[in-house]
Design a protein around this ligand. Structure first.
Ligand code: SF4
Length: 362
């Protein structure tokens, strides 16, 4: 018997079986229906058609070079004001020390993002990449959200193409694709009006893709966004992907309200996490990978998500600061053995990849 209870999903199921694209209205229905298992079943069909049981993970280290930021996004618990008590900006010796601290682990990716520090000169970003590359010459450097790229261009006073060429020469390999939040004018005005809007984010991504960089793309959910705004986000990403083919992975990010202006919002539930992953898998038919970012979703939800459309878990993640609890100093990381066990225990096949999804070990 077909595990779809809501009959309204049956025409969508036929489209999925035939490999046809789902419409905007289909996306709305995927959020409206209470038949989450039916949605997950369809997402799993797509996931298994693309990847079988393979589940990708990467040995990576995160580096957050500064938490100083002048954008004051209302959902953010990471940023600090320039002279605030928790503000920090890593010097190059400190960057070197952070990278050296994990030289005993065969890390293949260094993931670098930070706040928008208005006083950092262009040379800082180039030095940052060169310093990391100097210590870890074999690791792929994935760095800078589109909003950081915009700031770097501002202080460089060059065209974006020239900036991207300089960053590539300094060691940049690809872009993490965060900072987009939700492509919605309403949410931009309400939550993050100091940083680039949806059109500017897409244009920056287009420029980077056309310059030969691959990127990921995120979606922050579980705050005040509406289902139709999530669908709009996915449709606009899908349109740009038709044009550039530059997106590697879609990463729904679960909102953590603690210590933010939106602390009154109830946090997303496990059902929200699974639904956003499944709808992402179904709507973004032209994006190869869907990630359940275990550090935001938790490992148990990620295990279930591997049957709801996700084929990627991110990685070992040393040094993640963005959702670290400043009071308890709780840091999160998984060893290679723990990650592999998490995936295997979920009944999936762990595959170690590099940033660009070249298989390192199956
Ligand atoms: S989300 Fe990014 S840009 Fe916004 S305040 Fe936080 S660090 Fe700054």
């Amino acid at each position: 018997m077909l595990p779809i209870r809501d009959e309204r999903l049956l025409p969508l199921h036929e489209k999925v079986i035939d490999g046809r694209r789902l419409s905007w209205d289909d996306g709305i229905l995927l959020y409206e229906t209470d038949d989450l298992n039916g949605v997950g079943h369809m997402a799993n069909l797509v996931r298994e058609r693309k990847h079988g049981g393979r589940t990708y993970w990467v040995r990576n280290q995160h580096l957050n070079y500064t938490n100083v930021c002048n954008k004051l996004c209302r959902f953010c618990a990471f940023y600090a004001k320039k002279d605030g008590p928790t503000a920090y900006t890593l010097s190059m010796p400190e960057v070197e020390e952070r990278i050296r601290a994990h030289l005993d682990i065969p890390i293949t990716e260094i993931h670098i993002v930070g706040g928008i520090h208005p006083r950092l000169p262009y040379s800082y970003y180039l030095d940052l990449l060169q310093t990391v590359r100097g210590v870890r010459p074999d690791a792929h450097i994935k760095a800078f959200t589109m909003i950081e790229l915009q700031q770097i261009q501002l202080v460089a006073d060059k065209s974006m193409d020239e900036v991207l060429a300089d960053l590539r020469d300094a060691g940049l390999g690809s872009l993490p694709g965060g900072g987009v939040e939700v492509l919605s004018d309403r949410l931009h005005t309400e939550l993050f009006d100091r940083k680039l809007d949806g059109d500017e984010w897409l244009e920056t991504a287009r420029t980077a893709h056309n310059a030969g960089f691959r990127s990921n793309v995120t979606m922050l959910y579980g705050h005040v966004e509406r289902p139709e705004e999530r669908v709009e986000h996915m449709v606009r990403i899908r349109e740009l992907q038709d044009e550039t083919g530059g997106f590697l992975t879609f990463i729904p990010l679960s909102f953590h309200p603690e210590n933010t202006d939106l602390r009154h919002c109830p946090p997303p539930t496990g059902q929200d996490d699974l639904r956003n992953i499944a709808v992402g898998r179904l709507m973004l038919d032209n994006v190869d990978h869907i990630k359940s970012f275990w550090i935001m979703n938790t490992a148990p939800i990620t295990q279930v998500a591997l049957w709801y459309g996700a084929d990627d878990t991110d990685g070992t993640i040393q040094e993640y600061e963005v959702t670290r609890d400043a009071e308890t100093d709780t840091r999160q990381a998984l060893t290679r053995a723990q990650l592999v066990e998490m995936i295997s225990d979920a009944g999936r096949e762990p595959v170690e990849r590099d940033t660009l999804y070249n298989v390192i070990a199956a």
